[in-house]
Each structure stands twice: as C-alpha cells, then as structure tokens.
Design a protein around this ligand. Sequence first.
Ligand code: ZN
Length: 199
Amino acid sequence: MSLYSPRLNRLIEALRRLPGVGPKSAQRMAFHLLDRDREAAAQLAASLGDALTGIGRCPKCRMFCEDEACRYCSDARAGHGQLCIVEGPADLMAIEQGTPYRGRYFVLMGRLSPLDGIGPDELGLPQLGALLDEGWVQELIIATNPTVEGEATAYYLAEMAKTRSLRVTRIAHGVPMGGELEYIDGGTLAHALSDRRAV
Ligand code: ZN
C-alpha cells in the first residue's frame, strides 16, 4: 500500500517524472503547492494545460511554436543564409541567448542512435533536406553536442550538405568533450560559434 492517499500519490508520482526530481523533492513540492501556495498550484495547472493544447512544433524548424508564423523561421533570418542545426530546443535557446547568431535553425529533437531506433526519419532529416533545397541556405552550421552520437549525427548532416555543394561548418573550440551546449556559459558558446571550422 502506498504511503500517501490516492490523489496525493498521483501528484507526487507526476512530479517525480520531471528531470532531476527524486521522491523527497517531489513530496516537498507537493506539500508546498497544497499547503503554502495553492494560488501558484492553480496557476501551474492552468498554464500547463494551456501550454499542452497551444504549443506545437514548427513544421519548418521543429522548434516549439504557438503561432502560425514561427519566430525563428522569418525571411529576415533566412537572409543571413545560415542554417544552424541543434539537437534540442534548449540548445537553440542557449545559442540565441549567448551568441549574436540570428540565422535560421533546425531542431533535430534528438541525435542519431540506431540502437534506440532513432534514425534519419525520427530526426526529421527528410524535412531538413527539403529546407536545404529551398535555395537560400549558403552555410550549414552543425551544432550537435560533442558526444559520440552527436559526432555521428554531424557526419551524417555534413554528407547531406556536401551532396548539395553547401558550405558546412561545425562548432568546435571551447566546447568540452562530453559536454552539452545547454550548460555552457554564453561566452564560451559565442567563442565556439565564431571559431567554427569547415568539415
Ligand atoms: Zn520554425
């Protein structure tokens, strides 16, 4: 039998599914919301429901998007001729916040991992191919993480660009091996992006 009453148990179990939240902190959060801040709890419930129904994926760049026109897929951004490929939404935000880059993006929502059943289709690479064929891309900037799978993904992307005779660069300098872009400070990331090299 569970330690908690059924509703409390469901709440704590739901909170435990968040990244980095163990049983103790889930319990603390639940008690806090129920006991100390019911208003915040109601706000959280409402905005979560609202976000789930109102936020989808941009059909062009796969970033989260809630309007018809994606803010990262504007013509002004396409005018830079650069398309930066990242593994996830947090990587896009890290580049956007920490560097002066204002070109377009493509968000893979993962990385190639055949053993986990993640291949080119799961990463939207056919969509990326269509984007590259639109004709405005002059440089493909590969900003996948410097992990084994991120490097394998980068190699695959570089091949896609080369068959279309596009310039390909890969962010390099200052990004630690095994690191993740999301956790790197803006200065390091800006340096890495400005020091990218051809692959
Ligand atoms: Zn978009």
